[in-house]
Design a protein around this ligand. Structure first.
Ligand code: IPE
Ligand code: IPE
Ligand code: MG
Length: 235
């Protein structure tokens, strides 16, 4: 009996990778893959509550993604603004609390206003906590947190630094999924993934299904999280 098996993950983080390849395979522009990726996100968001997932944190645009062709970057910015304008009222009805995690610098006034409005609109919701990491990088986050503490003359400890990170007060992710067949973190949640369970899916993000999510959860539940202890101690 797997008495030591972990329960279902309460917090799932996903690197939504593979949109460009999904589009290229169909001879479509990369942006078509990003658009399809938004639809996948909508499906996965809706799949969370019935699976007892309380927090979903997704990587939508990294600090490094600014180095992509200007056309793709502006397409991604427009897609975010359009998706928010279209989806926030429904997400609000479904009880989703939206939060954007990342730097606001470099974003247009229009995008910044969209993010702020979406957060404000859903702030009193108590259902799924959806963190969208946009213009986010794990290194950026650790530096901004440490600089803030230093500026305020506060001590730097694991507790104070953790609390100053942009994802706070969300807990650390239990399950960290990366789609698209790559085996790397790509600067996502460097601090918070210290004890996350990793699951790498070959599925390109637009093809990722609820069944793929269930496969990741099943694998998570069969693992033993030891947090540095021995197997005997955690059983
Ligand atoms: C992930 O898909 C979305 C973003 C990084 C914005 P990609 O655009 O990285 O897709 P691939 O990896 O090129 O297929
Ligand atoms: C990570 O994917 C960032 C997002 C999914 C937003 P990338 O496609 O940017 O990662 P690399 O470049 O393959 O490491
Ligand atoms: Mg990629």
């Amino acid at each position: 009996m797997l008495s030591s098996s972990a329960p279902s993950p309460l917090h799932v983080a996903i690197v939504m990778d593979g949109n460009g390849r999904w589009a290229s395979k169909r001879f479509l522009p990369r942006l078509a893959g990003h658009k399809q990726g938004v639809d996948t996100l909508k499906r996965i968001v809706r799949a969370c509550p019935s699976r007892s997932i309380g927090t979903l944190t997704v990587f939508a645009f990294s600090s490094e993604n600014w180095s992509r062709p200007a056309e793709e970057v502006s397409g991604l910015m427009d897609l975010l603004a359009t998706a928010l304008a279209r989806e926030v009222s429904q997400l609000k009805k479904e009880g989703v609390r939206l939060r954007f995690v990342g730097s606001r610098s470099g974003l247009s006034d229009k995008v910044k206003a969209g993010l702020a409005a979406a957060e404000l609109d859903t702030v009193s919701n108590t259902g799924l906590e959806l963190n969208i990491c946009f213009n986010y990088g794990g290194r950026w986050d650790i530096v901004q947190a440490a600089s803030g503490l230093a500026e305020r003359g506060e001590p730097i400890t694991e507790q104070t630094l953790g609390a100053a990170l942009a994802l706070s007060p969300s807990a650390d992710p239990d399950l960290f999924i990366r789609t698209g067949g790559e085996y790397r973190i790509s600067n996502f949640l460097l601090w918070q993934s210290a004890y996350s369970e990793f699951f790498f899916s070959p599925a390109l993000w637009p093809d990722f299904t609820e069944q793929d999510l269930d496969a990741a959860i099943a694998e998570y539940s069969a693992r033993e999280r030891r947090f540095g202890k021995t197997s005997e101690q955690v059983r």
